[in-house]
Ligand binder design. Structure first.
Ligand SMILES: NC(=O)c1ccc[n+]([C@@H]2O[C@H](COP(=O)([O-])OP(=O)(O)OC[C@H]3O[C@@H](n4cnc5c(N)ncnc54)[C@H](OP(=O)(O)O)[C@@H]3O)[C@@H](O)[C@H]2O)c1
Length: 244
């Protein structure tokens, strides 16, 4: 167990399976955690089940798509964060997203608009002089447009580009920004999907990359996914079009 860092991390969308592992690992590293989620009961259970030091965890209600609530949510934080992590995410399959705009719109709202809404507020609070890092969980599906998942992928591509610009915006204040470009993880967002087992990562494995984020802007957990990421980036469009 590490020394108390005296630092606070705010995790938005904290009921994500990956975010829950981040809560555990940040506490092990000596952080206090503000865990913000729509499902506060599930987070109370996490604290109890893992016997986490409850003095280190503050659980708050947060809805990523209730944009009008975000300023008040932030203003009411008793301690402003040193680190902010945006983990909320929503996925419906591409066929559904193409036929039902409400579902597509929900992905845009959770994966992109909600992130921009709350992260802008956090980033623009210059009175929080100890803000040192902002981290977003994005996806390999946002690297290239592919026919199997381009609606979800486009929301993640937008989020990745937003974070790239935010990094430039905040550089003069020495605030780091990281984007996690993630492949398959065994979490509830993927329930029911047939995924290549040899490529699936566990939530605690991905969480390690998040809590240990350093200077590199783009973080791609796992060497197999790094290779896929590198190939995807350089592949000609004619070959990307042949992928699923
Ligand atoms: N799993 C993968 O293969 C994979 C791959 C690449 C990127 N990612 C990204 O990684 C992040 C974490 O996902 P995960 O894999 O840990 O899946 P997960 O367990 O399903 O987590 C997604 C979380 O987003 C939360 N969320 C959805 N709508 C929200 C809203 N309106 N307000 C607040 N929270 C909301 C959900 O909250 P509730 O629990 O309340 O429903 C859920 O806890 C997501 O951004 C996801 O897109 C995942």
């Amino acid at each position: 167990m590490n020394q108390n860092t005296g630092k606070t991390v705010l995790i938005l969308g904290a009921n994500s399976d990956v975010a829950k592992q981040c809560i555990i690992q940040y506490i092990q590293k000596g952080f206090s955690v503000i865990a913000a989620s729509r499902d506060t009961a599930s987070l109370e259970k996490l604290v109890a089940d893992h016997k986490l030091d409850s003095s280190k965890v503050t659980i708050l209600y947060f809805d990523a798509v209730d944009f009008d609530s975000h300023q008040t949510f932030y203003d009411q934080l008793a301690v402003k964060p040193h680190i902010a992590v945006y983990a909320a995410g929503f996925l419906v399959d591409n066929e559904k997203a193409l036929r039902d705009f409400k579902e597509a719109q929900q992905m845009m709202k959770v994966n992109y608009m909600g992130a921009v809404s709350i992260l802008n507020i956090i980033a623009m609070d210059q009175s929080n002089t100890h803000l040192e890092r902002m981290i977003g969980l994005s996806s390999l599906s946002g690297v290239r447009g592919r026919k199997s998942n381009f609606v979800y992928g486009s929301t993640k591509a937008a989020f990745t580009q937003y974070l790239a610009g935010l990094r430039q915006e905040l550089a003069s204040r020495k605030i780091k920004v990281n984007v996690l470009v993630i492949g398959y993880i065994r979490t509830k967002i993927n329930e029911g999907l047939q995924l290549n087992e040899s490529l699936i990562m566990e939530p605690d494995y991905v969480a390690k990359y998040i809590v240990n984020a350093r200077n590199s802007f783009t973080i791609v957990p796992n060497f197999k996914w790094k290779i896929i990421y590198t190939i995807l980036k350089i592949l000609p469009e004619s070959l990307v079009a042949k992928l699923p």
